[in-house]
Design a protein around this ligand. Sequence first.
Ligand SMILES: Nc1ncnc2c1ncn2[C@@H]1O[C@H](COP(=O)(O)OP(=O)(O)OP(=O)(O)O)[C@@H](O)[C@H]1O
Ligand SMILES: [Mg+2]
Length: 244
Amino acid sequence: MFPPTALICVPSGVTNVERRAVCKAAREAGFGRAMTIEEPMAAAIGCGLPIANPGGNMIVDIGGGTTDIAVISLGGIVLSQSLRVGGNKLDDAIVRHIKNTYNLLIGDATAEEIKMRIGTAYPIDPELTMNVRGRDLVAGLPRTLEVSSEEVRAALSEPVRLIAEKVCAVLEDTPPELSSDIIERGITLTGGGALLRGLDQLLQRVTDVPVKVAENALNSVAIGCGRALEELDAIEKSAAVTYE
Ligand SMILES: Nc1ncnc2c1ncn2[C@@H]1O[C@H](COP(=O)(O)OP(=O)(O)OP(=O)(O)O)[C@@H](O)[C@H]1O
Ligand SMILES: [Mg+2]
């Protein structure tokens, strides 16, 4: 009887034209009202951060394609930056390392498995190893070799460094009164990429700010979007949601 309301996540920094296009598409699909919420905001709500408070919160969402870093205060995004480095770039770095070092070609899925099983951003004790199967580029035949977590960490160091540098840059750009809150509350990591072992430790060492990984890193954006929809009346009044 009543057309449903839609709340749709959009990447931070999309233009108003793009937002309108998303809302229009939703209305054409049968929704009565269509609203958008920026992904870092949804992620922060999903992680349970106190976004409506006057203090500052920093959320770092490391997805497959991008890393989005945002500072949120009083229900709005104070500043945000996006970097085209995410889980996919980490996988690419592993493929390149195995190819250049061993002349062995592996697929993206194998690289992702290596990343999840033995990938680290910070030294671990004991270091891990894993058998990897690929196609030998010289002989053209399948070959198996053992890969260590140390060499994978070295391969991942470049994209990981880019993420760390961006986090530092956003911290430097944050107004001092908000950064003092962030130093106290810490940085929250979310998105699948946040699950890379030791990334929290590395970022903590580089920034000198406590870093924690969200409990539901893979789903925080979806959870937050759902929660925002449930509390639409409250959230509508804030800057978090935009609608046409
Ligand atoms: N345990 C893990 N360790 C390391 N990386 C992981 C782990 N689990 C998932 N990932 C990576 O997380 C990424 C997916 O994360 P997520 O689902 O947050 O991305 P997305 O939201 O779809 O992408 P984007 O935000 O860029 O649009 C993939 O690159 C995946 O390999
Ligand atoms: Mg994402």
